[in-house]
Design a protein around this ligand. Structure first.
Ligand code: C5P
Length: 314
């Protein structure tokens, strides 16, 4: 985090600008249960934060209100008004702290949008932290978690980062002391999948008897805690949404097969997709694999990332 502004005059002077880097998340295990009465699905997931970051900058504005601008991924496409989770997050901090919001928020986005990497949730988490620091609003851990969970199921994890088991609708977290790092190639596609759309497809496939709830996370949690080699981790990756994502975007299958042919240890749809993750054995392998997947075509962009990394409120 960087703070700038009036710091040179007095140590206690208020910042005029706060920047927070907030990582993307992946789900090495994503078990999806039945839809609950509230419409959300019961989840049994393992989250891990990876080194692909959006930067949230909160600056004191001249006028009252919350102004949002976006550069990078999704600029010109994502909403910048009340519909953006970052605007909602800033307003929640203002209400909680009893302050009049007077903030310009800028999102410099590198996390691909609608790709199953929780970019929007990451921005909300980053905004909670940045605005609390800018306005000097003290928010305890439990309260911050409550505000985050009200914004979205993934937002609590995006605050913490690292590795965690998620239950409930994904918002109930238990930290996992994972060793690592593990190395991933992250391949985005030029389509998007909305999260609700993918959950509906899971329900539809289940009605046809396809897929079941992978509720047991013990093996992969133990593997992360013991710092298991990537070759073994490859056999433990689970995503109950993968069949739904491939059913919605059949071109994912050839992207996944292509990465495996190029030597990936595993191909794994990220969350509700359509981003595909390829597991590499080490950083050197990840760099070479990324180059080969790029040359093969079929992906919109190809990145390398490692996990776990810390979140902004770790
Ligand atoms: O929690 P969040 O607002 O990110 O969820 C977006 C949508 O994804 C929900 O409205 C719901 O349709 C679906 N969802 C779900 N079960 C979950 C999490 C999300 O059905 N556990």
């Amino acid at each position: 985090m960087n703070e700038s502004g009036s710091g040179q005059t007095a140590p206690a002077a208020r910042s005029t600008s706060v920047s927070v880097d907030v990582p993307a998340k992946i789900n090495p295990h994503l078990g999806v249960g039945d839809a609950r009465a509230d419409g959300f699905h019961a989840l049994s997931t393992v989250y891990q934060a990876i080194s692909l970051y959006d930067t949230v900058t909160a600056e004191r504005g001249d006028e009252s209100g919350v102004k949002l601008t976006i550069s990078g991924e999704g600029a010109g496409v994502l909403p910048t008004g009340e519909d953006n989770l970052a605007v909602k997050a800033a307003k929640l901090v203002a209400i909680y702290g009893g302050v009049e919001p007077d903030v310009r928020i800028h999102l410099n986005k590198r996390i691909p949008i609608a790709g199953g990497l929780a970019g929007g949730s990451a921005d909300a988490a980053g905004t909670l932290v940045a605005c609390a620091r800018l306005w000097e609003v003290e928010i305890g851990d439990a309260e911050l978690h409550r505000l985050a969970a009200g914004l979205g199921s993934d937002v609590p994890f995006c605050l913490k980062g690292g590795t965690a088991v998620g239950s409930g609708r994904g918002e109930e977290l238990t930290r996992v002391a994972a060793k690592g790092p593990w190395h991933w190639v992250v391949a985005t596609t030029d389509t998007q999948i909305s999260t609700p759309e993918c959950f509906k497809e899971v329900d539809r496939l289940r009605e046809d008897g396809i897929g079941r709830f992978s509720s047991d996370v013990d093996a992969i949690v133990r593997a992360f805690e013991s710092g298991v080699g990537a070759d073994k981790l490859a056999h433990l990756l689970v995503n109950d949404m993968e069949a739904a994502a491939v059913s919605l975007r059949p071109q994912l299958a050839s992207l996944m097969h292509g990465g495996l042919e190029e030597g990936a240890l595993a191909a794994h749809v990220s969350g509700s997709g359509p981003t595909v993750l390829f597991l590499a054995s080490d950083v050197k392998h990840a760099v070479a694999l990324a180059r080969r997947i790029r040359m093969r075509g079929g992906a919109r962009s190809v990145h390398i990332a490692e996990g776990p990394v810390a979140g902004p409120a770790a």
